[in-house]
Design a protein around this ligand. Structure first.
Ligand code: ADP
Ligand code: MG
Length: 399
């Protein structure tokens, strides 16, 4: 179902509530160590400014469990950084409600940008934000004329700052970032150009059961590497030595392999180490010759070739999960080769990366520009790939 976006409504002179995802990492001194999420929201913010709206921005930041957490999770440094990025004053109000905030909003002129304090400060007395307290959603909705949800990172949660507001306001639409996530991930799942290849990896099968199950339904091939491959190898009867394996998931892996009807590809070989250590001795082992005292830490060269062969003709690719322990140089090659194979598809296929560590791997290899879409949501992109309806998307009005 197509969703209404900020292009579909009047913004001029309107008080525009914009839920962004500014949940950025901060160091101990409160410096922002990675502003990717702020940068990702700029198109929406700039659109609102240009359209003559009065932008009222808000986000959560970290978790607020005690009064002391407030000092280390204030939005103030984020507002400052945003101001630098848009080259414009950002009015910061250190409150989540009250007269000072209301007065500041009423004083806004078209094109102004205001940001208020961390929405999770409302979690201290009874989880009002995270529990979608009806009074809070209603109050925040009363501060604006229209609502734009652009926070994909929290779209898998029904909070006061997304679902709560949208159910109390006339117009609730998607921002440009949320629209992009819907178009790419939703598009791949609902109406992919084929062949559609999914590449899965990461540490555990148990984290990704629903993702595997859902992608098996829609993809033409599902390539599985990373730690999760060993549970599948075990299911096929191979000995996997000291590799990461989830014995309680072996039966499930068997079932998935049967259901997959040849769609699942595991390759032929792995790189092993004697220990989970960057300096361990590295060996190439075929699936049927993994020694008892070794563990698989990356896909092997023949597997890389097989995966590349399949990827070469793909028209849609969804990638979630590193193929090996890419944080260690000795075991980064499989993930890097897959990333390069996808980079080669630029202009020829739609390539989508979901998952925090997978996105980090793409960044590590400096290939960010070569992908059609790198999802900004970790948990949200996983739940989307699982085929779930995300409350933060559902709460945006249909066209
Ligand atoms: P994402 O965040 O992209 O969804 P995951 O969190 O599922 O990915 O998994 C990422 C982690 O999986 C990485 O830290 C990586 O080191 C680990 N991993 C990949 N392959 C293996 C392996 N063979 N053994 C152990 N850990 C692995
Ligand atoms: Mg992860």
């Amino acid at each position: 179902m197509a969703k209404k976006t900020l292009r579909d409504i009047e913004l001029k002179d309107k008080k525009v509530l914009v839920r962004v995802d500014f949940n950025v990492p901060l160091d101990k001194e409160g410096n922002i160590t990675d502003d990717t999420r702020i940068v990702a929201a700029l198109p929406t913010i700039e659109y609102v400014i240009k359209a003559g709206g009065k932008a009222i921005l808000f986000s959560h930041l970290g978790r607020i469990k005690t009064e002391a957490d407030k000092a280390t999770n204030s939005m103030r440094p984020v507002a400052k950084r945003l101001g630098e990025l848009i080259n414009k004053d950002v009015i910061f109000v250190g409150q989540t409600r009250g007269k000072e905030l209301e007065d500041a909003i009423n004083a806004l002129k078209p094109g102004d940008v205001l940001m208020f304090e961390n929405t999770r400060f409302e979690d201290l007395e009874g989880k009002k934000e995270s529990g979608n307290d009806p009074e809070l959603g209603k109050y925040w909705a009363s501060l604006g004329d229209v609502f734009i949800n652009d926070a994909f990172g929290t779209a898998h949660r029904a909070h006061a700052s997304n679902v709560g507001i949208s159910s109390n306001i006339k117009e609730a639409v998607a921002g440009l970032l949320l629209e992009k996530e819907i178009n790419f991930i939703g598009g791949a799942l609902e109406n992919p150009e084929r062949p559609f290849v999914a590449i899965l990896g990461g540490a555990k099968v148990s984290d990704k059961i629903e993702v595997i199950t859902n992608l098996l339904k829609v993809a033409d091939k599902v390539l599985i590497g990373g730690g999760m491959a060993f549970t599948f190898l075990k299911a096929l009867g191979y000995e996997v030595g000291k590799s990461l394996v989830e014995l309680d998931k072996v039966d499930l892996a068997k079932e998935l392999l049967e259901k997959a009807n040849g769609k699942i590809e595991l390759g032929f070989d792995v790189l092993t180490g004697k220990a989970f250590d960057a300096n361990t001795e590295v060996n190439v082992r075929q699936f049927n010759e993994i020694p008892e005292d070794e563990m698989g830490l990356d896909i092997g060269p023949k597997t890389v070739e097989r995966f590349k062969e399949i990827l070469k003709d793909a028209k849609t690719v969804v990638w979630n999960g590193p193929q090996g322990v890419f944080e260690m140089d000795a075991f980064a090659n499989g993930t890097k080769q897959v990333a390069l194979a996808l980079a080669d598809l630029q202009g020829k296929a739609v390539t989508i990366v979901g998952g925090g560590d997978s996105a980090a791997a793409v960044a590590k290899f400096n290939l960010e520009d070569k992908f059609s879409h790198i999802s900004t949501g970790g948990g949200a992109s996983l739940e989307y790939l699982e085929g779930k309806v995300l409350p933060g998307i559902a709460c945006v009005q249909d066209k």
